[in-house]
Structure formats: structure tokens, C-alpha cells
Ligand binder design. Structure first.
Ligand code: ADP
Length: 446
């Protein structure tokens, strides 16, 4: 097992990884920008190294600085966390070339799944159902027109290098196609430096269902059931739950086993998530994330398994500690992502925390790097806390979540706590009756 792991990230996820390492007897090295010198991940780690100024491109995305920090502290392995370097195949390659272990999949698997066109072709060849769409990237506008006529409107133009919902535009009819195609390409070029786009049928009422997976270097792969992440704003998840209120037990096992088979066949190492849209009893693959997910917490709550610990173990070459039949599901879990944003306008709200009281009690988990007096910097993602609640069933989970949201105090800045309090009281949410467009419609109506 590793003796020392460098955590190339910040905020709650850096803390989450630190906690797993600590329980495994592994020393941790935090890296941080000058804006994060007082951050909790720096305070709790055994050692820390400042890797640059506040902009992420000069610090958390600065490969030479991260590798140098690992070398001078004598780390054995680097955990990239979520976002930043976690899906950068070149980084994974350089980490290994410099003699460290990358806690994640091989660079080759990151590359295949990072390009959504190749990813779709790969999983399709292994038997996963995909959204009807163009066969690969679109060559030009004429090609887009031809494909749209075949697929049928509405269609969605998506960036091959996509992520975070960027470079995605809907065309409702032939008249709107040119604009959607041009806008999606422009956005993709600006965000990813790659304007390759492809086309999919735009599904009108799907749920977002994803399967948590884990594979080792000994040919084993298991699934940990599904998560429903349909409550989204601008294609970004806001609330997630496990299990999905929209699936039955048979569908759960079926899609879990199908997804696990794919990663077993490709020899995938580490944690990963295969995402599907689900409509009228059918699953359609949309993408695979080759890293830990923010919402891994709800899977941990219903399985009792520490996924970060498993991720570290397989990176160290150990076989999985669980077979599929050891993984059992108990009760229901929901996560609310709390952002430093105005709950009405969603304008970012960085600043000093004045008064902080996280909720507690049975089956309540708060993953956050906040503390009273902490200053939320303006430079990074606005998510500042995850409230994760478990109950023996969905109803108990909802009652507990309501109670926990009432208790939660984050003073001094605007947060999306009031929005969450409203959302979980909505009859549609209580009934589990929602799809990926529900939240946008709800926000428009107000
Ligand atoms: P990203 O990598 O940018 O997150 P995804 O392919 O995972 O992109 O899609 C993000 C979200 O966009 C999905 O959860 C869903 O809400 C929406 N979406 C993606 N593809 C489709 C589609 N074919 N039809 C309708 N909505 C879609």
C-alpha cells in the first residue's frame, strides 16, 4: 500500500480523499494556490505545498508544479480528485512517467471515454444501448442536416470533448439547426479547444440514471447500483438520489450487470460511472466518467462501502475486496449540492462565512471544507457543501432531509440552501415524479 498520497485538488473532495487516506494509515500531501493557504484541506493534511497563484490554470492545473510537489514530498501516488486534472490523460501519463502511481484508470481509458464519439462507439460495440444519433462526428452543416432528417427533430448537437453541459444545443426544427450547430461548435471551441460535434435525438422526458462501477487489475468488475441525477439546472446536477424512484429492482440489476460487463471486457481499473438517459423503460448510454463523482456519497450511504478506499486499493494493485453478491443495498439516500450562489438569480456569492452550523444526527453526512470565518474564494467552483441523508426508506429519507436542511446555517454569503428547502417540499419531488427538464421548468414558472 502507498505510504504517502498527494491530493491534487481542493475543497470538500480533497478532504474526502484525505479522510480515506487517514483511515488507511496513508500520509497526505495537500497542494494549494495562494488563495487557499487557509483552506481546510491544507490544515488537515500532513504536509502541504503551495503550487501557484489563484487562477486554476496557474495552480491546480499546473502539471510541472504538481509533479514537483510530489517529488519534493516523496509521495508514491497522486489522487486527482474530481474536475481539474482528473480526466486529463496527458497528466495521468506524466504522473506514471515520473514514477508515481495515478489513482485512476489508465491514460488510454481516459482518452477513449473522454472523446464522446469514441466512447459511444466503444460501449455500443460491447452491447450498451446508445441514444439514436449521428454515426460519429458531424462533417459540416450539410451532414448535420442530413443526419437530423434521418433521426427526426428535435435533435441535440453535442461537443465530442464535452463536459459540464458545455457545447450542447437543441434544434427543434430544420430552421433552428444552423444556429444550434454554429453555437455548439463555438462553445466547444472556446471551452475545450476542439470544435468537433456530434448529434443525438433530443429526448423529451428522460431521467438521468447512472451506474457506479469499480474494476481492478485482476479482471474483476462490480457495480454498486444506480443513482438518479435528473434534478439538473443547465445540465448540471443539483439533487441526486439512490435508488432511483423511477426504476424497479429488475431494471436495476439488469443495467448494473450490463454496465459492469463492459468495464470488465475493456479491463477498466478504478472507479467509474456510466451515465444513461432512461425513458419509457429504455436505457440510452450518454457518457462514461472515468473518475470519482461528486455524488458517490449516496452510493456509499446505501451500500456502506467506502468507494475512495476501494479506488486507492485497486490503484495499488490489490484485488477488489467485494464480489457482486457482497454488495447489498439498504434504504435510501439523497444528496443536495449547496452552492455559494444567490438562490433566485444564481449569481456567485463568494465571501466570508459568518456563522456556520452543519446539521447532524443519525444518518446525516455533510461533506464540506467550510468553517466559521473561512473566506470562499471567487476563483473556483461554487459548490461549498454536500448534504447527504440516509433513511430506511425514501419517505424517512425525505423527512430527515427536511429536518437537516432546516438546521443547516451558512451565514455571511448567499447559498442555495433556501432553494433546496423549497424543492424537496414540491409534490412532484416528493412523489419522485420528475425528469431532467423538471427543475428548469419549475424555475421558469416562478
Ligand atoms: P456533459 O459531459 O457535458 O455533462 P452529458 O452527455 O453527460 O454531457 O449530458 C449532460 C446532461 O445533458 C444529461 O444529464 C441530460 O440532462 C442532458 N442530455 C444529454 N444528452 C441528451 C439527449 N440526447 N437528450 C436530452 N437531454 C440530453
Amino acid at each position: 500500500m502507498f505510504e504517502k498520497v498527494l491530493i491534487a485538488n481542493r475543497g470538500e473532495i480533497a478532504l474526502r480523499i484525505h479522510r480515506a487516506c487517514r483511515e488507511m494509515g496513508i500520509h497526505t500531501v495537500a497542494v494549494h494556490s495562494t488563495a487557499d493557504a487557509d483552506a481546510m484541506h491544507v490544515r488537515l493534511a500532513d504536509e502541504s505545498v503551495c503550487i501557484g497563484p489563484p487562477p486554476a490554470k496557474d495552480s491546480y492545473l499546473n502539471i510541472p508544479a504538481i509533479l514537483t510537489a510530489a517529488a519534493i514530498t516523496g509521495a508514491d501516488a497522486i489522487h486527482p480528485g474530481i474536475g481539474f486534472m482528473s480526466e486529463n490523460a496527458n497528466f495521468a501519463e506524466m504522473v506514471e512517467q515520473h514514477g508515481f502511481t495515478f489513482i485512476g484508470p489508465t491514460p488510454e481509458h481516459i482518452r477513449i471515454m473522454g472523446d464522446k464519439v469514441t466512447a459511444k462507439q466503444t460501449v455500443k460495440a460491447h452491447g450498451l444501448p446508445t441514444v439514436p444519433g449521428s454515426d460519429g462526428a458531424l462533417k459540416d452543416l450539410d451532414d448535420a442536416k442530413k443526419n437530423a432528417a434521418d433521426i427526426g427533430y428535435p435533435v441535440l448537437i453535442k461537443a465530442a470533448a464535452g463536459g459540464g453541459g458545455k457545447g450542447m444545443k437543441v434544434a427543434r426544427d430544420a430552421a433552428g439547426l444552423e444556429e444550434a450547430y454554429t453555437l455548439a461548435r463555438g462553445e466547444a471551441r472556446a471551452a475545450f479547444g476542439n470544435d468537433e460535434v456530434y448529434m443525438e435525438k433530443y429526448l423529451e422526458k428522460p431521467r438521468h440514471i447512472e451506474v457506479q462501477l469499480l474494476g481492478d487489475t485482476h479482471g474483476n468488475a462490480v457495480h454498486f447500483g444506480e443513482r438518479d441525477c435528473s434534478i439538473q439546472r443547465r445540465h448540471q446536477k443539483v439533487i441526486e438520489e439512490a435508488p432511483s424512484p423511477g426504476l424497479n429492482a429488475d431494471e436495476r440489476v439488469q443495467i448494473g450487470e450490463l454496465a459492469a460487463k463492459v468495464i470488465r471486457k475493456i479491463g477498466y481499473r478504478g472507479v467509474g460511472t456510466i451515465e444513461f438517459l432512461y425513458e419509457q423503460g429504455k436505457f440510452y448510454f450518454i457518457e462514461m466518467n472515468t473518475r470519482l463523482q461528486i455524488e458517490h456519497t449516496i452510493t456509499e450511504m446505501v451500500t456502506g462501502i467506502d468507494l475512495v478506499r476501494e479506488q486507492i486499493r485497486v490503484a495499488a494493485g490489490l484485488p477488489l475486496s467485494y464480489t457482486q453478491k457482497d454488495i447489498t443495498f439498504s434504504g435510501h439516500a439523497i444528496e443536495c449540492r449547496i452552492n455559494a450562489e444567490n438562490p433566485e438569480t444564481f449569481a456567485p456569492s463568494p465571501g466570508k462565512i459568518v456563522g456556520y452550523h452543519p446539521p447532524g444526527g443519525l444518518d446525516v453526512r455533510v461533506d464540506s471544507a467550510l468553517y466559521d470565518g473561512y473566506r470562499v474564494p471567487p476563483h473556483y467552483d461554487s459548490m461549498i457543501a454536500k448534504l447527504v441523508v440516509h433513511g430506511t426508506n425514501r419517505n424517512e429519507c425525505l423527512l430527515r432531509l427536511r429536518r437537516a436542511l432546516e438546521e443547516f446555517v451558512i451565514g455571511g454569503i448567499d447559498t442555495t440552501l433556501p432553494l433546496h428547502r423549497r424543492l424537496i417540499a414540491e409534490p412532484d419531488f416528493i412523489n419522485g415524479d420528475y425528469d431532467i427538464h423538471w427543475l428548469e421548468h419549475y424555475l421558469e414558472k416562478k
